[in-house]
Write a protein that binds this ligand. Structure first.
Ligand code: NAD
Length: 296
């Protein structure tokens, strides 16, 4: 019998599936629940246990990991009679890895405490590839003791794992992360259109750019998306739209001006309004192409 904590995993999407599989590979027993049957089948094939409900998934778990799209889904799985707070065993630790508003994380921590449960907000960066390779950056908010307890588990999922401060701090850092990533993708997309219209060999140009100060993880990870116009997600524009809303709102609350972020938030919103919400966020290239008169 393993003496590792027993894990419940709620939300087995693009990120949750490979992350939970990394825990299974590391020897953890994982019981999962998500909305799509094919994702549940994938968990079973990887050696996990499939639950029929959130209540069933969490009832014996020492740690409940959640990885769902946004604040409304976190609230839906946490609260209510079938939710995590009503059904997890006393003392369990909830590690919410979804990217949500900092206030939702603060409220969840408070509600959980009243039920004798503990919470960390632990959103991630690194994308689907980072999830598969277990090299995510994980930005954590909450108590030091809970962080120390979760650290071995997080080590099986990521490479850079940092406690950023009290509840909600992980989400605030993640919001900043999404600002930087969106602006970086937008700059790369503008460079791609400029280079192509100038008749320069794009593969050569991106290779040399990535070796200098213009290089970035975004360029490394998204170069092939740009070159092949392959916008299969990855990270959906719909989710980045949500994140630009989070960072814009959080910045306004603290009196921080984000002029470039505000423009990129509008470009993301426009891309979504044109029907591209289900594409990878590297599809910001399509917005620049449209603005530059390209036929898509
Ligand atoms: P996804 O849409 O692929 O997966 C979300 C999963 O949540 C789905 O499988 C769905 O079944 C499940 N879910 C939703 N509501 C549920 C409910 N009520 N009960 C049980 N399961 C429920 O999303 P994703 O790309 O995996 O992203 C998850 C989170 O991670 C988001 O907050 C996103 O912003 C963040 N994130 C994503 C990436 C990425 O590259 N995809 C990178 C970093 C962070």
């Amino acid at each position: 019998m393993s003496n590792l904590p027993k894990i419940a995993w709620i939300g087995l999407g693009i990120m949750g599936s490979p992350m939970s599989e990394n825990l299974i590979k590391a020897g953890y027993s994982v019981t999962g629940f998500t909305l799509e049957q094919d994702k549940l089948d994938r968990l079973a094939a990887a050696g996990g246990t499939v639950a029929k409900s959130i209540a069933e998934a969490v009832k014996d778990a020492d740690v409940v990991v959640t990885m769902v799209p946004a604040s409304p889904q976190v609230e839906a799985i946490a609260y209510g009679t079938d939710g995590i707070l009503e059904n997890a065993k006393s003392g369990a630790l909830i590690v919410d890895m979804s990217s949500i508003t900092p206030q939702t994380s603060v409220d969840l921590a408070k509600a959980a405490k009243e039920k004798g449960l503990r919470v960390l907000d632990a959103p991630v960066s690194g994308g689907e590839a980072g999830a598969i390779e277990a090299v995510l950056s994980i930005m954590v908010g909450g108590e030091q003791a809970d962080f120390d307890e979760a650290k071995p588990l997080l080590d099986a999922l990521g490479k850079t794992i940092v406690l950023c401060g009290p509840h909600g701090s992980g989400q605030t850092v993640k919001a900043a992360n999404q600002l930087i990533v969106a602006v970086n993708i937008q700059a790369c997309a503008e460079a791609v259109v400029f280079l192509e219209k100038s008749g320069v060999d794009l593969t050569a140009a991106l290779d040399v750019l990535n070796g200098g100060l213009a290089g970035s993880t975004v360029l490394t990870r998204k170069k092939d998306n740009f070159l092949n116009r392959d916008f299969k997600p990855g990270f959906r524009i719909d989710l980045h739209h949500k994140d630009m809303g989070i960072v814009t709102d959080a910045a306004r609350n603290v009196g921080a001006a984000l002029p470039v972020g505000a423009v990129v938030a509008q470009l993301v919103a426009s891309l979504r309004a044109q029907g591209d919400g289900g594409l990878d966020h590297s599809a910001l290239l399509r917005a620049v192409e449209r603005l530059s008169g390209a036929e898509l």
